[in-house]
Design a protein around this ligand. Sequence first.
Ligand code: PGA
Length: 253
Amino acid sequence: MTTKLVIGNWKMNGTKESASSLIDGIRSSAVCAQAHASGITTVCCPPFTLLSTVAAMLDGTAIAVGAQTCHAKPSGAFTGDISASMLADVGCSYVIVGHSERRKEHHEHDDMVSMQALAAMQAGLIPVVCVGETLAEYQQGRSVEVVRTQINAVAAAVESTPVAAIIAYEPVWAIGTGLAATAEHITLVHTEIARMLPTDIPILYGGSVTAGNAHEIFSCACVSGALVGGASLRVTTFEGIIQAACDIWGEIR
Ligand code: PGA
């Protein structure tokens, strides 16, 4: 069975104090324990500054730590950047690459995303490769075409190593807007993505996932979990999404 995951993307949020209280709540959550018992993986992706703090707090638990991006090179004169091996060194096992905010703000386009995914896998990290169309592309009915191009760009990298990779379909217009894609649209795009990739690659949905809509989203074909932004910043809302994952996939192994 394809791995099921709920991944929290904290974006540029959090201090040592707020992260400690959030992680304290998550690691002591009965719902997270139930998810683990059911084979559902929970991952927290804080900003770089909090990775060590969060990794130390989650050490020995079943909850994994991820970063939000990495550089494509292992080391060198890249001021302000962080490599995948540096992330592995501080306790990460996942890294998000190609998030639409990175594509837009930092011009990280398909070739770069593919190199980042490869660098992550070479460092032993699992890349969470984000893809998704803009509002204009959605309105033009080009969602599948855009996502296909983005997946094609990383497919060679993703299939080149035995290390696992994850795809996150995040329509740009659904991120942070409170307007998640419909179940029909998610099913359409996820089914197309699934056709393009080996069957064991999880395909997560992201974009305004909440405790209220997670159940419906997780019920869609070819959805293996969620990449959660805003709702991952509070224990109760993140827990609600994990509870929905348990409800859908939660038979105790
Ligand atoms: P959102 O963000 O859940 O706040 O829409 C998702 C993401 O950007 O990964």
